[in-house]
Design a protein. Sequence first.
Length: 364
Amino acid sequence: MQPTNAILTTNIAIVGAGPIGIELAVSLKRLGVDYLHFDAQQIGYTMSWWPRDTTFFSTTERIEIAGVPIQNTTQGRTTGEEYLAYLRSIVEQFDLRVNTYEPVVGIQRAEGGGFLLLTQPQTGPRSYLARRVVLASGDMHRPHHLHIPGEDLPHVSHYFQDVHRYFRQRLLIVGGRNSAAEAALRCWRAGAQVTLSYRRAKFDERRVKHWILPDLQAQIDNGLIGFHPLTAPLEITPEHVVLARLDEQGRPTGETLRQPADFVLLLTGFEADMTLFEQAGVTLEGPSRTPRYDPATMETDVAGLYVAGTAAAGQRQEKYTVFIENSHVHVGRIVQALTGRWPARLGTIASRQYELALKDFEAN
């Protein structure tokens, strides 16, 4: 792709306008640092996939950014709609410029230092020269596909967006973590006939929140929600799903069962897009293709290229360890590495400051 206009220059380019990318932008603007900010979609885009009135699993003080509190009428967990409004208010309060709907499609080393970024907005290709780049592109670029026959049928989806669609329908949900558990309960209460397929023998208390799991287990025990443990889908047809039975190690036993279904939700997680890391030459390690970086600065093994937020966990988090709430520190480390100064305000307001271990996130 050849850009059609002159090269624009900046000190720092931020790719990704989720919560951590926006928090980084606020921190840089507070310090008077020149930067440009890009996102392929709208700010906080992946939250727009959520069904109405879906709340965060995390409490509000953990997902607040830049020292700006979230206040709502319930003093409880905030909804996706409320959080998107919060992000919009942050952008407006600090008058942040975000080049939304301008995907960065290419990155390479520039002659004389820095990076050449190629973007593809609707108006045509553009190019930018940045001394340093921060990739805060998240970990939900696309669903984790199972690559089975029938996965692309019209009654099959990887996105749970609306309970009403499944009213008085036979719904099979594949998955066993928070999202699948919550979807099963919400759709059942909305009038769907729900069955869950999960590749493990039982739900993991570390992967399903403590206020969801007892409710789900009670409905399964009472026969109100169907449950096929130790199963995985082999094929999806317009009438049913063929499920393979698995042993305790997750290996097929050779036995199958047919589960009738009018709709299928494959809630098996999402994957990050690692294309820009690859183009820049960042080393991607292990099955999750985790970018190699210095945890003290968040700088990757490509000098001048940094990673922030859930993108630091790689292409797919098999066991979730990186969230919004433990990524605020990424912003601090990057800003300190770039400017020599720690941001004045990160995460929640000063009176709520905390440092939490992973086990504390899981417990909440």
